[in-house]
Structures are given as C-alpha cells and as structure tokens.
Design a protein around this ligand. Structure first.
Ligand code: SP5
Ligand code: ZN
Length: 340
C-alpha cells in the first residue's frame, strides 16, 4: 500500500493546549503519534512510504477561503511582532459568533475570527506542516484515481474540524475535504468519517453539495466536542439535503453497537453508488483513548476496516485523530491491513 508522509509535521509542535476550565496541558496532537504509526507500518511487509507531491494552493483554495489560508500563512510572523507577553503559541481569547461576521484588522481579532477553540495552536511550523499534510491527502487521492485500490495519507496535523474559513480541534486545512473535492472533479465521492469527534469542518464544507456524500459516526455532540455540529437532524441543505448524515453515539458504545451503526452508514454509501471513497480515520474511538469515551477495541477497529473495505471502492484513507500513542501503531496497521 502506498503511504504518503512528510517530515514537515515535526515543526508543528505547540507547547500546550487549553482544556475545559482553562487547564494548560501538553499538546495531545504531538509528533510522537507519527513515530508510533511509522514504526508499526515499517514492521509490515506491505507498505511503501512515499513523499507527497506538491499540488500547490489551487486544490486548497477550492475548499478554503483564500483570506483564511493567507491568515495561516502570515499569522506567526505577525504574532512575533505583537507586544503579547507569552508568544510561545498564537491563541486568541475572544471568538467570533458567526452571527456578527465583521472581520477585525488586528491579529488577535483575526485569530478569534478564524479559530473555533483553544486547541488549534499556531506556531512557526504550523502552516508548512498543514500544507504538507494536505499534499499527503491529495497524493493518496491521486494514487486511487490512478488505479490503486487504496492508499493512506499519514496526515499531521489532522483536518476534519477545519471549515472553509476556520481552524479548530488541532486542524487547519481539511485534508480529507481537499482530497474528496479533488476527486469529485473526476467522479462521485463518498466521505466516511470514523473519528471519535464529529467532522464539523467536513460537514460545513459539503453541506450544500449533492456530489459528495458525507457521513460521520461520532460521540454525541450533546456531551462531546465539537458540541455545535454532529446532530442526527443535520442532513444537508438545499440540493445537498439528504447528502449528509450524522450518527451520534452515546458514551460507552462497544464494538457490537459501533459495528451495527457502521453497517447503516455503509448501506447509505452503497445506495449513493460512489466511484471513490475517502475515509477520515481517527483512532480516538479506541477504548483507551485519553480524549474518547467510546469503547471500540483493536479487534473492533480491524472489523471496521474489513467492512469498509468490503464496499470494494477505491479508497483514500486519511489520518485524523487518535491520542493513545502506544496503541496507534497497531490500530492503524490493523485497519489498513484490511485494505491491503
Ligand atoms: C482531530 C481531533 O480528534 N480533534 C479533537 C480535538 C478535541 N479538542 C477538544 C477537547 C476537549 C477537552 N476536553 C478535555 C477533557 C479531558 N478529560
Ligand atoms: Zn477526534
């Protein structure tokens, strides 16, 4: 299997994130995640780890507002020029409610406008890492468009919380959405997101489209991040109505319940008759994930891979979340092994 991976992620290493109640904790979305996965992949005899191709900014601008991408590109330099006391990472303290859409001129004002929370921390290497991550997803899309049965984009930072014009939840550029949009120019695409968290960014990006079916299985946003998207009654808008589906799950969901929910999602994908599948693969559904409250085992993840692979679709698998670093390697090789 072709695996696309770039070392550019290493320079995106924020010193902390801010949890509920203002607690500063070490950044959970850390470079060690990639090392664990690479180590496990290199231990198999079926991977070919490749540098991504540079697709330039056009496929990114096709999904994200240009001014938002410009903000990602220039914010670190602008941040260093401010007189803020702690410049270890750019985070705002005021957030834009989108019912008041004025965009302020100041850097911290724009940071609040373009960020949805306190876990999309920008540091010096963030923009380059985010671009390389998107190129990994595009390279995997190119591979399946060129006839590979499947390919894996080992993306870091992840992408599925990033919307057209906002960062959030460790995400800056929506890698899976960029790849799905690129494939949609060729033929019908389904995007299935199995990360523990709802893919609010992906949902927003495709919400009014009928050429990309988007489906997310995740922890119920009533109790879990991202809180404001992921409810079952959000089904798309305009001609996109009926082309987005959310499957919110309760805390404690086990393998059996997860798999029967997955079967429902897979049935919708079959009905849509896509030519390509993009799989946003977050491993934070794993039972011992520090951020998750869903109880899927490694065997459950392998079975998830088997059932998705049984669709028989050319599939670009895109790395999203997953924070039990020790388990990430076996969970990802278990999932991908079913596509091989
Ligand atoms: C890609 C991805 O999986 N992003 C997830 C980002 C979630 N960030 C917000 C976490 C909310 C913090 N709650 C902490 C509770 C710790 N017990
Ligand atoms: Zn997640």
């Amino acid at each position: 299997m072709k695996i696309y991976y770039s070392e550019a992620h290493r320079k995106h290493e924020p010193p902390f994130e801010v949890f509920d109640g203002g607690l500063r904790v070490p950044y959970l979305e850390n470079p060690d995640r990639m090392d664990r996965i690479l180590h496990a992949l290199r231990g198999t005899d079926w991977v070919d780890i490749l540098e991504p191709t540079d697709f330039g900014l056009d496929p990114i601008h096709a999904v994200h507002d240009k001014e938002y991408v410009d903000f990602l590109a220039s914010s670190w330099t602008e941040w260093l020029a401010t007189d803020s006391q702690d410049k270890s990472t750019l985070l705002p303290s005021t957030f834009a409610l989108r019912r008041h859409p004025h965009k302020p001129a100041s850097l911290l004002g724009r940071a609040g406008y373009y960020m949805m929370d306190l876990s999309a921390c920008i540091v010096e290497g963030t923009y380059q890492a985010a671009l390389a991550s998107a190129n990994c997803a595009l390279s995997a899309a190119q591979a399946v468009a060129d006839g590979e049965h499947s390919a894996f984009a080992l993306c870091r930072p992840p992408g599925h919380h990033a919307g057209k014009d906002y960062a959030g939840g460790y995400c800056f550029i929506n890698n899976a959405a960029v790849a799905a949009n690129w494939l949609a120019a060729k033929d019908r695409v389904a995007l299935l997101d199995i990360d523990y968290h709802c893919c609010n960014g992906t949902q927003d990006i495709f919400y009014e489209r009928d050429d990309v079916l988007t489906i997310s299985i995740h922890a119920d946003p009533n109790f879990e991040y991202p809180h404001f998207a992921g409810y079952a009654d959000e089904r798309g808008k305009g001609k996109g109505f009926g082309f987005h589906h959310n499957f919110p799950l309760p805390a404690g969901t086990d393998d059996a319940t997860y798999l029967s929910t997955l079967d429902g999602a897979l049935e919708l994908i079959r009905e849509f008759k896509p030519v390509y599948l993009v799989l946003s693969a977050g491993m934070d559904i794993y039972a011992d994930d520090p951020l998750g409250k869903i109880k899927v085992t490694t065997d459950g993840i392998i079975e998830i891979g088997k059932r998705i692979s049984a669709l028989g679709l050319p599939t670009g698998v895109v790395m999203e979340g997953g924070y039990n670093n020790e388990a990430l390697g076996r969970n990802i090789t278990g999932l991908l092994g079913e596509f091989n």
